[in-house]
Design a protein around this ligand. Structure first.
Ligand code: SF4
Length: 366
């Protein structure tokens, strides 16, 4: 896999979030955020189940009021994933969330109501062994910071994040994860590079307001892919306007593309050209859908012609290459059979089932 071409992973401290480790040698953690009303326990849990099934390892819920903080109790008890509580402004909500079982809280220490209230939150987190993510967003920098730095900038975001960290440290906690997000991927890259140099706390990466699934995935992949390739980042969230399950799928795709995880089938398919004599596009889409449930690492190639087919896709474990109304079925570049176009998908799936039976659990490398 491509991982050998990446920069070594930055050495970050390890932070425990329930059963999940972030930082240190732990694999990059995929997280998402529930879109449901936290007070609706049944719907929130149903969504968490879907996120879990998609491979999400940590989820966050919004805690806008005491009813939501109260609902957290049952959500945490029944959730298959550690649950992070997202709190703004009211320190009492943060304390209630921790007391109701939040595995981590996300706050902006600058808007939690001052030193005394922050100290109360930190005391509660320390007593429960709960880490804090200090989250700084480009869109919510303080007026002072914007004035000092002449607007949203790398120094403004880095200084805000480090000030927030120092505030939590001063209150007595060093169990911290940092996030600094912007909707601008280039700014997100620059800020996190700087934070990676300045601190050894684990970094939570994300692009805020990334947009709709189609464009948002690309924007997130540009920022997070760049940082992860440089060894920066310990947990990722792909913010998309849509079903949070899409966020998890996108996160897997990014980690797979960099060779940071070895899980699931990857489809590689050619773009088609004037040599293509089969109807490749729907076939590739169908195949991608049908191999999406495979958990073991596997590369499947779908090529439009035999000219560049089996040879170019030699690195693939299995594949098909189109001819005139037929496909060559191949494994590791070796042609095994000629199959009619109509049977190509089934024959390829049969070959996968024979050669790569599903037996092993997830394998993820750090
Ligand atoms: S594999 Fe063949 S059909 Fe596909 S783009 Fe390359 S030359 Fe064209």
């Amino acid at each position: 896999m491509s991982r050998e071409y990446l920069s070594p992973r930055r050495a970050a401290r390890e932070v425990r979030v329930g059963s999940v480790l972030i930082g240190g040698p732990a694999p990059i953690v995929i997280q998402s955020m529930n879109a449901t009303d936290t007070r609706d326990v049944a719907r929130t849990l149903a969504e968490i189940e879907r996120l879990h099934a998609a491979g999400c390892q940590l989820t966050r819920v919004a805690i806008p009021d005491m009813a939501a903080a109260g609902a957290l109790n049952e959500i945490v008890r029944r959730s298959p994933l550690p649950v992070v509580a997202d709190i703004h402004f009211d320190h009492r909500l943060a304390i209630a969330a921790v007391e109701n079982g939040a595995a981590k809280i996300r706050i902006n220490p600058g808007n939690i109501g001052g030193e005394t209230k922050l100290a109360a939150v930190v005391d509660c987190c320390r007593a429960h062994g709960v880490p804090i993510r200090v989250g700084v967003n480009a869109g919510s920098l303080s007026r002072d910071m914007l004035q000092k730095h002449g607007g949203i900038s790398v120094p403004a975001m880095v200084e805000s994040a480090l000030l927030a960290v120092r505030a939590v440290e001063a209150a007595g906690l060093d169990n911290i994860v940092i996030s600094a997000k912007a909707s601008d991927p280039a700014l997100t890259i620059a800020v996190n590079r700087a934070l990676a140099r300045e601190t050894d706390y684990p970094l939570h990466l994300g692009v805020t307001e990334a947009g709709t699934p189609e464009r948002g995935r690309v924007r997130a992949a540009v920022a997070l892919g760049t940082l992860l390739a440089e060894g920066i980042g310990d947990t990722i969230r792909i913010s998309l306007t849509g079903d949070p399950v899409l966020e998890v799928e996108a996160a897997w795709t990014i980690l797979q593309a960099l060779g940071l995880v070895r899980r699931g089938a990857t489809l590689v398919s050619c773009p088609t050209c004037g040599r293509t004599e089969v109807d490749l596009v729907p076939l590739a889409a169908e195949l991608e859908r049908r191999i999406s449930g495979i958990r073991r690492p596997l590369t499947v190639a779908v090529m439009g012609c035999p000219v560049n087919g089996p040879g170019e896709a030699r690195a693939a474990d299995v594949g098909i290459a189109g001819g005139r109304g037929e496909f060559l079925l191949f494994a590791k570049g070796e042609v095994l059979a000629r199959v009619p176009e109509a049977e190509a998908v089934e024959r390829l799936l049969q070959l996968i089932a024979e050669r790569f039976p599903e037996e092993e659990t997830d394998a993820q490398s750090g």
